[in-house]
Design a protein around this ligand. Structure first.
Ligand code: FAD
Length: 487
């Protein structure tokens, strides 16, 4: 089995394929495995480029079994996330914390938005209900229609919640929430196009202790998955960019690399972006209407820039991700920023004692950065300076404590992980895309399977891992072989 891409999906595909007896080789464009699940060294700091939280890792959690099979738990200790984020509005003089304590969450919401008491009550009830919403980790293609009907029947008492939150976040906030402040705080932790049902689901995960931060951050998590892959006997070639998926008689038979090398395989799995796989590696053949519709019309995650600063102070007072609302917007590239999201990483491996890495993530436009030419370097420096100036308003004295500056742009995502137009997490989940089952094969083409965040709208580490597991389940089914896991 050849796997295009060694991110979380490629590594998971490789692990499950090894458990099922395949010889496996990952072909990875970058110099490192992990894809966008990346952390990198800027001595003496480590920049954490990914995991803010991991869903469903507690005992009984939805994805616990997959994490165990992948060598993530119990190998990587997990800390329960107490506060998802604190939103501050320095101009209006208020702040709000999304805490794990449901009573406090409800009380704080009512204090912030007394006019929305009724809707807040409904939200609370839905948060409690969503505990029962579970997603199967098995490939849906393997289930019988009777299982699906039974699952829907089991969730019939959730019909009210599903109906109430059936649209997107933007519409729910406009139609149901009166208070501009409550709209603002919910708007800061979601995207207006996301399914409104995500609001009770996300808050439900927090209050049930099902959101964790891996100790050691992205580095520890990524290394655990890579270790598992290696221990299972998987092989990987880095700096190997696949240029073409070779096809004979409507069956994938191998790949051609950038240096002309041809590698043959019985099964090819692509975890590259959908446009890359379909339009570039297959030259636009095997595209049906539904695939074309996804590529042309489904919204993708906004591209981002990321400014990380190594600081000779550790800010113990900042214990949760912070969002500072900016009434005087500033620019990231040519995109106005109405907020500054701040993460503080302390302790090993991120920073030496009494130091920290302070990081800001900023939505921006891929085309802007791609068009800068020789001004690219100075634009990165300018962005770092703007972010530092805003950080100085919240963290006085930070300017003189900066020891390291690192700026990532949408082009960095393209260069290192071939994130299509900087869409680092694939398709945005919307009420439509999230409910669509995306097939893991292309019509009329055998021997090629698709895994990863571009076939799991919304992305995230659990869906990336699951998609690899499910592809191997389906390959085993087609070969008449029982799927086994070694967990
Ligand atoms: C800043 C940030 C924060 C995040 N926070 C979280 C979080 O808190 N929790 C969470 O669950 N998820 C989070 N995610 C999302 C999560 O990391 C991703 O959804 C997941 O890691 C995607 O894995 P993947 O393997 O599908 O894709 P990718 O990681 O994109 O991997 C695809 C791989 O394929 C390679 N590739 C592509 N084309 C080729 C080619 N032609 N030849 C060879 N190789 C190729 C790429 O180089 C890449 O390594 C975050 C992501 C980012 C960037």
């Amino acid at each position: 089995m050849l796997i295009v891409g060694g991110g979380m999906a490629g590594l998971a595909t490789g692990c499950y394929a090894r458990m099922n007896g395949f010889r496996v080789r990952i072909l990875e464009h970058n110099l490192d495995l992990g894809g966008v699940c990346a952390a990198w060294s800027r001595e003496p700091y480590v920049i954490d480029g990914c995991v803010r939280w991991l869903m469903g890792a507690a005992p009984g959690g939805m994805f616990r079994g997959v994490y165990e099979e992948m060598g993530i738990v119990p190998e990587v200790p997990m800390r329960v996330l107490d506060t998802f984020a604190t939103i501050e509005d320095p101009t209006e003089g208020w702040s709000f914390a999304f805490t794990h304590d449901l009573d406090r969450l409800e009380r704080d919401m009512i204090a912030l938005a007394p006019e929305d008491r009724e809707e807040i009550g409904r939200l609370r009830a839905s948060i409690e209900h969503t505990a029962e919403l579970r997603m199967s980790i098995e490939a849906p293609e393997l289930g019988h229609w009777r299982d699906r009907v039974a699952a829907i029947w089991d969730m019939r008492h959730l019909a009210g919640t599903m109906l109430h939150f059936r649209g997107d976040v933007g519409t729910w906030l406009t139609e149901r929430v009166k208070s501009p402040r409550l709209r603002a705080v919910i708007g800061e932790i979601t995207h207006p196009k996301m399914p409104a049902l995500f609001v009770p689901m996300m808050l439900g995960s927090i209050v049930r202790g099902q959101m964790h931060v891996p100790e050691g951050g992205t580095l520890a998590l990524r290394d655990a998955v890579v270790r598992r892959f290696r221990e299972l006997g998987g092989e990987a070639t880095m700096h190997a960019t696949v240029e073409e998926i070779l096809v004979a008689h409507d069956r994938a038979i191998g790949v051609r690399l950038g240096d002309g090398t041809i590698v043959h395989a019985d099964v090819v799995v692509s975890t590259a972006s959908l446009p890359e796989t379909v339009m570039r590696l297959l030259g636009g053949r095997y595209v049906d209407g539904a695939t074309r519709e996804r590529i042309d019309h489904w919204p993708t995650f906004d591209a981002i820039a990321m400014v990380s600063l190594g600081i000779d102070r550790d800010y113990p007072e900042i214990v949760a991700p912070l969002v500072v609302r900016e009434h005087e917007p500033f620019l990231a590239g040519d995109t106005p920023q109405h907020r500054l999201g701040i993460h503080v990483f302390r302790g090993s491996p991120h920073a030496p004692p009494e130091h920290a890495v302070v990081q800001a993530i900023l939505p921006t436009r891929y085309d802007h950065w791609a068009g800068l030419g020789s001004h690219y370097g100075s634009a990165k420096a300018q962005l770092a300076a703007r972010v530092l100036e805003r950080l100085g308003r919240r963290l006085p004295g930070i300017e003189s404590a900066v020891r390291m500056t690192d700026v990532v742009t949408p082009l960095t995502f393209w260069r290192h992980a071939r994130s299509w137009r900087g869409a680092f997490e694939g398709f945005l989940p919307t009420p439509e895309t999230f409910m669509t089952h995306v097939p893991k094969q292309l019509p009329g083409l055998g021997g090629l399977w698709l895994a990863g965040q571009w076939v799991e709208p919304g992305g995230g580490i659990p869906p990336a891992l699951l998609s690899g597991r499910q592809v191997v389940q389906l390959v085993c089914r087609d070969r008449g072989q029982a799927f086994v896991v070694d967990g």
